[in-house]
Design a protein around this ligand. Structure first.
Ligand SMILES: CC(=O)N[C@H]1[C@@H](OP(=O)(O)OP(=O)(O)OC[C@H]2O[C@@H](n3ccc(=O)[nH]c3=O)[C@H](O)[C@@H]2O)O[C@H](CO)[C@@H](O)[C@@H]1O
Ligand SMILES: C=C(OP(=O)(O)O)C(=O)O
Length: 425
């Protein structure tokens, strides 16, 4: 099994190109099922989760063409999905269990073909992650849904537009119901919808396919159903979590990082916290420059909450920063019940962290010391790399397959900024 070895102590300096967002490309690939013609997606990051989604779509019968020439090189890598040959409506356990976002084929299959069977995704390291809100939202549009032998079985002649209020804000449930509503009869109004930039990007792609959507990016999305969606082209939005991860790497190491081809307007809460930590941040078009001028970061308090508040997907990385910051930082995780799996591993590197329920109190120490650690989930893996970048000696991170789900070429990108990092098998 591959491991990542990081030798700490180098301040990071230089430019890094940000990839397309994992959390945008996955729903967008699922949305292509709604079309009657091929859909061309560009700025597709080369990630394990993208490969899994492509396998899932291919398993349903869709034609997938990958631009092998450019994918993974950070240029305009692309995927064309031709949904005309779809002949199965079943998402099997083998694929869904490895990637929860597979449940996002439920809404599109149901809306387009009137029938879908999708394996229940089950829990994962960060929490139980039920899909009841997805089911309730689709039922509000008239779907008949049962959960049987571990599968969600959904059917409907044609979905009907309705007003639906989500009990709590859910990114995935908003996406599933939004996609389904594009082909429903009549108007759907989604209240208490998630406002994440990835929802906006999905809506942009759907609109390029002929969908009629207003209000994406607000808590109220209005969708006027259409008879059919055509083919289209869409470029995936930049990954705000990848951007934030590299900026934290710059802040922790006292360096200067330029993140380019990103979307600064999607990162308000993260940039505010980095400024609070003492970073000088400047924004110029699609570039963000972070300069620590060699300073040690100051500890920050933060509470995760739905967008536009501080993202849970950046919590572990900021915890790593607080570990070596000046002062005490209090971190409240309000989205997932078990998203402190990285704490025990950070403790192995010499961090001082106390956890009480959903709160972690992190006292900054003068130095961390390298040790073997184990990645438990995607962002936990990123936090361990960040900690390794400032730890004395070598940090060896095991189970890095989590990392490959969501970061494109992370070793190459960090090496390009001066980090001493390598992958071993
Ligand atoms: C592929 C993708 O885009 N993943 C992101 C998405 O996950 P995901 O879409 O799974 O996260 P949700 O926004 O749905 O989850 C928010 C909260 O709602 C709960 N919930 C959700 C659905 C449901 O039916 N019932 C229910 O109780 C969850 O357990 C969680 O406590 O948003 C999360 C929150 O920003 C991010 O951390 C993930 O990176
Ligand atoms: C939790 C995450 O992803 P997923 O929902 O795909 O597990 C993440 O991107 O941090």
């Amino acid at each position: 099994m591959d491991k990542i070895v990081v030798e700490g102590g180098q301040p990071l300096n230089g430019e890094v190109q940000i990839s397309g967002a994992k959390n945008a490309v996955l729903p967008i690939l699922c949305a292509t099922l709604l079309a009657d013609e091929p859909v061309e997606i560009s700025n597709v990051p080369h990630l394990h989760d993208v490969v899994t989604t492509a396998k899932l779509l291919a398993g349903l019968g869709a034609g997938i063409t990958v631009d092998q020439g450019t994918i993974g090189k950070g240029s305009e890598s692309g995927v064309i999905v031709d949904p005309r040959s779809v002949n199965s409506h079943v998402a099997p356990y083998e694929l869904v269990k490895t990637m929860r976002a597979s449940v996002l084929v439920l809404g599109p299959l149901l809306a387009k073909y009137g029938h879908a069977e999708v394996s229940l995704p089950g829990g994962c390291a960060i929490g139980s992650r039920p899909v009841d809100l997805h089911i309730k939202g689709l039922q509000a549009l008239g779907a008949e849904i049962s959960v049987d032998h571990g599968f969600i079985k959904a059917s409907a002649k044609r979905l009907k537009g309705a007003r639906h209020v989500f009990d709590i804000v859910s990114v995935g449930a908003t996406e599933n119901v939004l996609m389904a509503a594009t082909l429903a009869q009549g108007t759907t109004v989604l209240e208490n919808a998630a406002m994440e930039p990835e929802i906006v990007d999905l809506a942009e792609c759907l609109k390029a396919m002929g969908a009629k959507i207003e209000g994406a990016g607000t808590g109220r999305i209005v969708i006027e159903g259409v008879e059919r969606l055509h083919g289209g082209k869409h470029a995936v939005v930049a990954d705000r979590i990848e951007t934030g991860t590299f900026l934290v790497a710059g802040a922790m190491t006292g360096g200067r990082i330029v993140a380019r081809k990103t979307r600064p307007d999607t990162l308000d809460a993260v940039l505010d916290k980095l400024t609070e930590a003492g970073a000088e941040i400047s924004v110029d078009g699609d570039r963000i420059t972070l300069d620590m001028h060699g300073r040690r970061p100051k500890a920050v308090n933060l509470t995760t909450a739905p967008h536009p508040a501080f993202p849970t997907d950046m919590q572990a990385q900021f915890m790593a920063m607080n570990c070596i910051a000046d002062g005490v930082g209090v971190i409240n995780e309000t989205i997932f019940e078990n998203r402190f799996m990285h704490v025990n591993e950070l403790l192995r590197l010499g961090a001082d962290i106390r956890v009480d329920g959903h709160t972690a109190v992190v006292r900054g120490v003068n130095k961390l010391s390298g040790a073997p650690v184990m990645a438990t989930d995607l962002r936990a893996s990123a936090s361990l790399i960040l900690a390794g970048l400032v730890a004395e000696g070598e940090t060896v991170i095991d189970r890095i397959y989590h990392l490959d789900r969501g970061y494109e070429n992370i070793e190459e990108k960090l090496s390009g900024l001066g980090a001493k990092i390598r992958r071993t098998s």
